[in-house]
Design a binder for this molecule. Structure first.
Ligand code: HEM
Length: 104
């Protein structure tokens, strides 16, 4: 007798679920890698911009430079907040049985 095997619908569901998990892991890896890189590499232009803001205070470019600084600071704050929350997020995921953030 042929043993019970999952039907095509069940197999499709299992495959979809595996693909969904894989996608979530890949997105997580992508964010971890590139948001840290973004934060790291924006540090240099941001530091230069602080000096520029001070130097350009009374020039016609003053407010433009200041606005640019504010936008960069917002990006730094958002990516920094992500980096700050990442350890808790990873622990929480592990606690739920996911394997996000595992390196080995
Ligand atoms: C505006 C709010 C900011 C927040 C909330 C923030 C937060 C963080 C956090 C949580 C980390 C990760 C620390 C760790 O490894 O555990 C980090 C790394 C770092 N931050 Fe920020 N940060 C901010 C702004 C800045 C600014 C203004 C600069 C420099 C101009 C900067 C430069 C860096 C650098 C170079 C790293 C190391 C990145 C790496 O590991 O490759 N951050 N920041």
């Amino acid at each position: 007798m042929i043993p019970d095997s999952p039907g095509p619908a069940a197999r499709a569901r299992a495959l979809a679920s595996r693909l969904e998990m894989q996608l979530a892991m890949d997105v997580g890896k992508f964010l971890r890698k590139y948001l840290r890189k973004t934060h790291r590499w924006l540090a240099l232009p941001f530091a230069a911009l602080i000096v520029t803001v001070l130097l350009a205070r009374n020039s016609p470019f003053g407010s433009l430079v200041q606005q640019t600084e504010q936008v960069l600071l917002l990006i730094m704050a958002l990516t920094g907040l992500y980096l700050f929350l990442l350890p808790w997020w990873t622990k929480w995921k592990r606690g739920r049985g996911g394997n996000e953030g595992r390196t080995g």
